[in-house]
Design a protein around this ligand. Structure first.
Ligand SMILES: Cc1cc2nc3c(=O)[nH]c(=O)nc-3n(C[C@H](O)[C@H](O)[C@H](O)COP(=O)(O)O)c2cc1C
Length: 246
């Protein structure tokens, strides 16, 4: 038996071969956005305009994109963070009766199975700590304060130093049932493909602001899930990216 047979099979399409989905069985759809729970403190995100953009030429943004890990010790403006959140997961339209959201990134079946967490070290006007983006309201939910954030994030990022030095780390956690509800066992590959789009959108948005970022998949699953306070079962980290001034 091939050593990686199961993993290779997972990379292939299983559409048309799977079991009936919960959607087809008429089961209720999961919410488009994770409920905010007990956390009541929300922070409005400012509007952003084209004045923020330092490179509006798409060709140059694509041609000059690189992973950058050498961050300056300088804060991001809140408007810059607001733009990066919108560009990666902002909600532009809700379709049907809360059936789907349309966002600047595509998603298979418009399921958008990710929530965005921020391990936020240095953004003007915000205290260090953990936050969650509320894409429908375009605001931030404050989760908890963490003064030792740089060490914590470095540890959870598998010891990668640049993550600890970033102004902010975007952490994308998947809620798999959002995809499973519609596509059953064909959903998991699709949800991973979605994460790549989110990551690339962040690269290009950072490029347009003159910021740097680096994708990160070599993190410690348990420590990262603990840091963002998710259960690791119905919600877990899949991908992240460190952002800072360069
Ligand atoms: C899915 C994915 C995961 C990555 N994980 C890491 C990581 O954990 N640590 C890191 O330093 N770079 C990581 N990178 C960045 C790659 O090393 C980088 O994209 C590659 O070396 C090519 O360089 P470039 O992005 O500058 O073109 C990752 C990139 C992708 C797309």
């Amino acid at each position: 038996m091939e050593k990686y047979e199961t993993q290779r099979e997972f990379m292939k399409s299983s559409f048309g071969r799977g079991a009936e989905s919960d959607q087809n069985r008429g089961l209720a759809q999961p919410p488009l956005q994770k409920p905010r729970g007990q956390k009541a403190e929300t922070i409005e995100l400012p509007l952003f305009g084209e004045d923020l953009i330092v490179e509006s030429n798409v060709f140059r943004c694509i041609a000059e994109r690189r992973s950058r890990r050498d961050f300056k010790d300088e804060a991001l403006a809140l408007a810059e963070l607001s733009y990066l959140l919108w560009a990666t997961q902002g909600v532009q339209e809700i379709k049907g009766d809360n059936y789907a959201t349309l966002r600047p990134v595509p998603s298979g079946g418009a399921r958008h199975a990710y929530e965005t967490y921020l391990a936020l070290g240095s953004v003007e006007g915000l205290q260090k700590g953990l936050y969650r983006y509320l894409p429908i309201e375009h605001s931030l939910l404050f989760l908890y304060q963490e003064n030792n954030l740089a060490e914590k994030i470095k540890g959870a990022a598998g010891g990668q130093d640049f993550a600890g030095k970033a102004a902010v780390n975007f952490i994308w956690a998947c809620l798999p049932y959002r995809g499973e509800w519609r596509y059953a066992e064909s959903s998991h590959k699709v949800m991973l493909l979605d994460a790549g789009h989110i990551g690339q959108a962040l690269y290009l948005a950072c490029q347009s602001l003159g910021l740097g970022n680096c994708a990160l998949a070599a993190y410690d699953q348990q420590r990262m899930d603990e840091l963002i306070q998710v259960d690791g079962k119905d919600e877990f980290t899949v991908y992240m990216s460190a952002v800072g001034r360069v």
